[in-house]
Design a protein around this ligand. Sequence first.
Ligand SMILES: [Ca+2]
Length: 145
Amino acid sequence: MCTEKASTAVPYTVNGRVHCYWRVGSSNSFADSSMKCQSSGAHLATILTSGENAFVLGLCPTADPRCWIGGTDGQTKSSATEAPYSWITGETMSYLNWASGQPEHGPCGTGCYQHRVAIKSTDGKWEDRSEDDSEDAICEWEPKP
Ligand SMILES: [Ca+2]
């Protein structure tokens, strides 16, 4: 079922329903990664449980420092405002797995602040990063029952 969206897609069951996940490689900005997922009818992965976090972590190669997931505070990089984080699907960010001291909103250069969420390949903890960072990304698709 999952491979109808991507040849490498693999299933994981969240709250009783199978979701499909795959990695988009070649390193892209958050926006480009998000568009790549959307072009397959998917979205950047949203993580609701520790089990789902561990599964997504398993798809992020340890050769990379981190992979994009679908968390954002909705601010652009020039904004110093720290807004509440949520998932791009509108799902509430209830399960949290921030790395120590994160999110700290950067900085990422002059007038640049971090507002997008990536999962660290080493330990599965989350960091906020600049929207322009080049990272692999994890897409998620929820098939209709
Ligand atoms: Ca950060």
